[in-house]
Design a protein around this ligand. Structure first.
Ligand code: SAH
Ligand code: DHB
Ligand code: MG
Length: 223
């Protein structure tokens, strides 16, 4: 199948509904300049995250995997004035690049960027006895996705949205014998979403500007 049409339609949608300003385009440029991978969400996926935030009236958001701060900027822009976003990044250099990009976007006052392993920082956030998050975006390394999801549940309330990026991986999730740790990680998560009674979940497959992939959306049930 000719996938050129998917790119053209993605561009059509983003031109209409997800145009990037200079803070966002400079963030994408900074990835190549600073040697970071081009693993940011697309513009349309950034807008999708904003729509989800407004839908759940999100004032408090948690993100795992900051990279250069591209998704962070989309998320923080959908927060109200008194809103807060905690974003966790393991790589100090990624954290430095993200810090500058978030600052350039004028969003530092809303963003609490924590550098360290998500599995070290998440228990601290649980201990801090923070108010539950309204939305949680999981986009760090793929092997521990189920562990991340269990922490996300601990930090949630009924109605919290938990969104997980890259759960289809060009369709490689279909391969039950895959030895790819990223694929195995998201397969475990997808299976868990099908079994976990605490959430109502679905997966949207996505085509367009990025690799063929998908995003899982789970809402914590109101019991
Ligand atoms: N959300 C970003 C993209 C994130 S790419 C965006 O859309 O703009 C994944 C990021 O997760 C990388 O920067 C990587 O360094 C980070 N990461 C990998 N393992 C991690 C871990 N154990 N804890 C926290 N972050 C991690
Ligand atoms: C990878 C990670 C991502 O978060 C993404 O959106 C695309 C690819 C990766 O590690 O391969
Ligand atoms: Mg991703």
């Amino acid at each position: 199948m000719d996938t050129e049409i998917f790119l053209q339609v993605d561009n059509y949608i983003s031109a209409l509904l997800a145009s990037e300003d200079v803070a966002l385009t400079n963030t994408i440029k900074s990835l190549d300049e600073q040697g970071l991978p081009q693993h940011s969400v697309s513009a349309n996926q950034g807008k999708f995250l904003q729509v989800m935030m407004i839908a759940c009236n999100a004032k408090k958001v948690l993100e795992l995997g900051t990279l250069g701060g591209y998704s962070t900027i989309w998320l923080a822009r959908a927060l109200p004035d008194n809103g807060k976003l905690i974003t966790i990044e393991v790589d100090k250099h990624h954290g430095d690049v993200a810090h500058k990009n978030i600052d350039n976007a004028g969003l530092s006052h809303k963003v609490d960027l924590r550098v360290g392993k998500a599995l070290d920082i998440l228990p601290k956030i649980v201990e801090e006895n923070e108010e539950p998050f309204d939305m949680i975006f999981i986009d760090a390394d793929k092997p521990p996705y189920t562990e991340y999801f269990n922490y996300a549940l601990q930090l949630s309330r009924p109605g919290t949205l938990i969104i997980c990026d890259n759960v289809i991986r060009e369709g490689k999730v279909l391969d039950e014998n895959s030895t790819d740790e990223k694929v195995k990680g998201v397969q475990r998560l997808n299976k868990m979403l099908s079994e976990n009674k605490k959430v109502t979940a679905t997966i949207l497959q996505m085509v367009g500007a990025k690799e063929y992939d998908g995003i899982a959306i789970a809402v914590v049930n109101r019991i």
